[in-house]
Ligand binder design. Sequence first.
Ligand SMILES: [Zn+2]
Length: 294
Amino acid sequence: MNITMLANNPAVIVAGIFLAFILLELACSSFRQSSGSKRDVLIEVVGSGILVAVTFPLVMWLSGKISSQAVPEMKDALAGIPWIAGFVLFLLLDDMTQYWWHRLTHRVPALYALHRAHHSAPYMSVRIVYRNNSFYYLLMPGIWLSGVLIYLGLAPVYYGYLILKMTVIFAAHSSIAWDDKLYRIRALRPLVWVLERTFSTPSTPSTHSAHHGLTAEDGVTHYKGNFGNLLFFWDVLFGTAKITRRRPPAYGIEHVSPISWKEELFWPIVRSRRTAPKVNANRKVARSISQGRG
Ligand SMILES: [Zn+2]
């Protein structure tokens, strides 16, 4: 497989980096989660599999198809622009829109149902990166817009952008607290200070861990912020950043009882009867969802 083929199949790149991070956690014996259940494994394996094999390639393909129908004369129109200009376009149309999409799903209860699977894991691990309802990705504006940019001739830029972005995201979710060592090196302090305000890592697996914390009462958890994916800078810019070097003592969603793995991945197509439950239980769920929990 040569570079051109890889650029045309970004899902292959993503899958490769994903695998590398899984192997790293396996090597450090931190891949198996004692707090995890069979349900968690199913959500993660089926959810990640569908994204990489179906949703992501499908959205890329559809987006290219729609672009070629709508603006046939624009094919490769941006192919000649400087690499850095193309990179900035991906930051704005993919990473910034993903920040807003992520933030929106934490605000709107119906949309949170598409993202709650990501937060219902009681642990941090590269395993949870793609742990989301299928519609979370199907509706994610950044994937559609990336498809448009690729149609406009920016596939070579996307290749580099995606490697960087996925490395940062996998590292931010990793169960290996590799950033702890970084903080202790005195000479790196100024660099770490800048990095933790720009990228979602390094050194901010901690800041992203805070987004996944179980309860704000621990003084670290910040589930109403730290929404950034590649760039943490969006949180700094739009006022949702909480910079911390501590990790929450526990992860997951408070006050919400687990739903089936099928419902986590395929709601609203799959709905349990419990989704229209008794008033009391409902109130509890509504309260925790309106807190933008997760
Ligand atoms: Zn989230």
